[in-house]
Design a protein around this ligand. Structure first.
Ligand SMILES: NC(=O)c1ccc[n+]([C@@H]2O[C@H](COP(=O)([O-])OP(=O)(O)OC[C@H]3O[C@@H](n4cnc5c(N)ncnc54)[C@H](O)[C@@H]3O)[C@@H](O)[C@H]2O)c1
Length: 384
């Protein structure tokens, strides 16, 4: 059985779905790993590294024609056309906004797994790309802020005088937000944070940050550990109350998301106007519409003297580590789809693909199977 690793074609994508370390593990399982020339180059992984791990360079047509194809970003139409019927495609598919793409995959007879739909359960933790990539994004977003901010993050005492620590606010404290708090603290900033889910307060405090109290008069906790969308009145109240509290910050990092919805507006134009010139806003929710109306997706703009960063793909800015984590997540998942030959099987028997729809992880993440569209919703989260 062959595993194909194409070179990612989406603009700005630098990651690769399999690293040489993980390629070695697939080879050990009895699989043939073939990759497109230069597939890992932008992540700092050479073709020679892959060859040493037992993978083989192959023409594009062979890579796309494999039994299993592993990707980072959703395939384009022309890439779907290269996949053969019955292929298992494992990738991030952005299932909430890619209904048409998923229908095309089903029509092509491709069995597709959307990595975003892996349940947030203890059993699936080692496969959770949302968490692994969000952690990296939170770290990289803080570095982006530190570079754009015209002063230091830490307090510094020098012979020319001392500098005050940068005041950072993190709004929305899921996986990315927690890592942003920890990274900003490590750089010496003073950090305060806010989330609509009250249970997050304890996590914020445990990282040594202060909790920003905002009483919107309703609960923001939704099902499965995720946030829910606030009522219109709740949204207005939240924006108003936050506006006043946010003026004092030098850097605001926003990560608030509600699965399948446009990101909530937490930082209004009025609030940005209230910030000091030279302040920085890092809107990590830019891919889902942004937490600030001034954000321009994919761009860095200066509005009212404040730099607003709308970067769309932070993990791709740390491609070596992101690929490491991503490829391990995929390897752990593929254990559910690869069946080793039975004990009594002939010596030359090789692994086979299996689709156990009774398995909760397979059931949640397999979006197309044998020509039909299956799930598309996130499975309920059980806290670990
Ligand atoms: N294995 C596991 O059990 C596991 C693994 C990873 C994450 N999780 C949990 O999954 C959940 C989602 O994490 P995520 O990082 O994917 O989050 P996410 O990207 O969906 O959202 C980021 C944060 O934005 C917050 N938010 C949404 N609307 C808001 C608003 N109006 N105001 C303020 N904040 C708002 C959310 O509460 C969330 O903390 C969390 O509970 C996290 O702890 C569990």
């Amino acid at each position: 059985m062959k595993i194909g690793i194409p070179k990612e074609s989406a603009p700005g994508e630098t990651r690769v779905a399999v690293t040489p370390d993980v390629a070695k593990k697939y080879v050990k399982l009895g699989l043939n790993v073939v990759l497109e020339k230069g597939a890992g180059e932008r992540a700092g992984l050479s073709d020679a590294d892959f060859a040493e791990a037992g993978a083989r360079l192959a023409p594009e047509s062979e890579v796309w024609g494999c039994d299993i194809v592993l990707k980072v970003t959703p395939p384009s139409d022309s890439e779907i056309a290269r996949l053969k019927k019955g292929t298992l495609l494992v990738s991030q598919l952005e299932p909430y906004r890619n209904g048409v793409l998923i229908e095309k995959l089903a029509a092509a007879g491709v069995n597709a797994v959307a990595m975003e739909l892996i349940p947030r359960t203890s059993r699936a933790q080692s496969m959770d790309v949302l968490s692994s990539q969000a952690g990296i994004a939170g770290y990289r977003a803080v570095l982006e802020a530190a570079i754009r901010f015209p002063r230091f993050f830490p307090m510094m005492m020098t012979s020319a005088g001392s500098s005050k620590p940068c005041k950072v606010a993190v709004l929305g404290v899921g996986v990315a937000g927690l890592q942003a708090i920890a990274s900003a603290k490590r750089l010496g900033a003073t950090v305060e944070a806010y989330d609509i889910r009250p249970e997050v307060k304890e996590q914020i405090l445990s990282l040594g940050a202060k909790f920003i109290e905002v009483d919107v008069g309703e609960s923001g906790s939704g099902s499965g550990g995720y946030a829910k969308e606030l009522s219109e009145e709740g949204k207005r109240k939240q924006q108003q109350l936050l506006s006043d509290k946010l003026k004092k910050f030098d850097v605001i990092i926003t990560t608030a998301n509600v699965p399948g919805r446009k990101a909530p507006t937490l930082l209004t134009e009025e609030a940005v106007k209230g910030m000091r010139t030279g302040s920085v806003v890092i809107d990590m929710a830019a891919p889902s519409g942004g937490n600030c109306p001034l954000t321009e997706p994919g761009k860095i703009v200066v509005k009212h003297g404040v730099t607003v960063v709308g970067e769309l793909n932070y993990p791709a800015l740390v491609p070596g580590e992101s690929s490491n984590f991503y490829s391990r997540n995929l390897f752990n998942l593929l254990g559910l789809f690869i069946a080793q030959p039975d004990k009594g099987a002939p010596k030359d028997a090789t692994p086979m693909l299996r689709y156990n729809l009774e398995d909760d992880i397979v059931a949640a993440a397999l979006v197309t199977h044998e020509g039909t569209v299956r799930s598309g919703k996130p499975a309920a989260q059980k806290k670990s």
